[in-house]
Write a protein that binds this ligand. Structure first.
Ligand code: MN
Length: 254
């Protein structure tokens, strides 16, 4: 199995190296990742500046390329220019921080996996439920086992990628695996207003994700409760139930 590994935390992020060190045992791994952190760039691509690509030899003899672009750029250019033939699987992560609920829309990690399925390749995104400096070795071993199991999913539908969130706790303390839907609850967020040393005001987005009740059928709820959450994601943003009611309006141009 040929695996392309990418991320949004940058090619030197510990979550990425932990991931490719483990995935080497599952298949032939190549790494194409942003040269700097690209968290929360969503599905952005670079159109107003060129992409510079640098070949790097990563520990363990893995071939890598750093790209001056976004995660979606990395997947595109990997498939079009850098790899010898298409991979069987694109794996993105392991992200420092969860990607659940509305944040899936902002996530560069998930967008790399989405870009893969847009290009006809299976994609899996992995995120770890902590923002603190984490030991990724345990989560990477879990990711390896999940990749080995999920890659063989015979009924993997086209246009679908998998968004996997891992609890930041030892494997023995993880309650299990739940197949979930995306939480759509509103984020609790605010802008922190601060003053810089030259007395100019600036703002920084801060977010607290809290729910009154945990719904274990959502990515957010399952992860909070201590489960591994696996959500199938698609890039078709059409809201199908609205098609018929909208047609009922009988909108006419003249
Ligand atoms: Mn990130």
């Amino acid at each position: 199995m040929k695996i392309l590994v990418t991320n949004d935390d940058g090619i030197f992020a510990p979550g990425l190296s932990a991931l490719y060190r483990e995935l080497r045992h599952v298949g032939e791994v190549a790494v194409v990742a942003p040269d700097t952190e690209q968290s929360a760039v969503g599905h952005a691509i670079s159109l107003s500046h060129p992409l510079r690509v640098k070949e790097v030899l990563l520990p363990g003899g893995v071939r890598g390329w750093s790209v001056t672009g976004t995660p979606a750029d990395c997947v595109k250019i990997a498939l079009a220019e850098l790899l010898n033939g298409p991979p069987d699987l694109v794996v993105s992560g392991i992200n420092l921080g969860p990607n659940v609920g509305i944040n899936v829309l902002y996530s560069g990690t998930v967008s790399a996996a989405t870009e893969a399925v847009i290009l006809g390749i299976r994609g899996i995104a992995f995120s770890l439920d902590t923002y603190r400096q984490a030991d990724f070795s345990g989560p990477a071993r879990l990711a390896r086992r999940l990749v080995a199991a999920l890659a063989g999913w015979p009924a993997w539908p086209p246009k679908v990628c998998l968004n996997v969130n891992l609890p930041a706790r030892p494997e023995a303390d993880i309650l299990g695996i739940r197949i979930t839907r995306q939480d759509t609850g509103r984020l609790v967020e605010h802008f922190e207003r601060r003053v810089d040393p030259r007395e100019r005001v600036y703002y920084w987005l801060a977010e607290i994700n809290e729910r009154q009740e945990l719904d274990l059928n959502t990515d957010y709820g399952a992860l909070q409760a201590g489960y591994i959450s696996i959500t199938p994601i698609s890039f078709d943003l059409t809201h199908y139930p609205s098609l018929v009611p909208l047609e009922g309006l009988e909108l006419k141009l003249r």
